[in-house]
Design a protein around this ligand. Structure first.
Ligand SMILES: [Zn+2]
Length: 121
């Protein structure tokens, strides 16, 4: 079945694809996201295909450990995060892995993860 949006890290060890085209890309200014430069698409794990060999990734859970940020251990790209515990049904993929042409027309929203936890636009 054709997936709505697919991408991989630079070396191809980690891939993801979404069942539905995103309605927004989220730029977050929290201490982690601002370093990564990620453009998140929040999704349900159920409709998202995440593919990687466990030994080819590094997982990083910080703070209250509600999610694990996944980066390729080969090329270093941060590809997605996976929810943990009560959030285990959720995930987000990093749309900067996608072909920019495939993101045309999808608005970027700015989330203030550093302070208010509100969208700024
Ligand atoms: Zn890689």
């Amino acid at each position: 079945m054709k997936r709505a949006l697919s991408a991989s890290c630079h070396c191809g060890a980690v891939t993801w694809s979404l069942a539905e085209r995103p309605d927004k890309l989220v730029r977050c200014n929290c201490s982690l996201c601002r370093r990564v430069g990620s453009l998140w698409v929040h999704a349900e794990q159920a409709g998202t295909e995440l593919s990687y060999a466990p030994e080819k990734v590094v997982k990083y859970a910080h703070g209250d450990k509600t999610l694990s940020v996944v980066s390729c251990a080969v090329c270093g790209n941060t590809t997605h995060y996976e929810g943990l515990g009560e959030y285990a049904d959720r995930c987000a993929v990093n749309a900067t892995m996608a072909d920019p042409a495939e993101l045309d027309g999808i608005p970027v929203k700015h989330f203030d993860g550093a302070e208010s936890w509100q969208y700024l636009d």
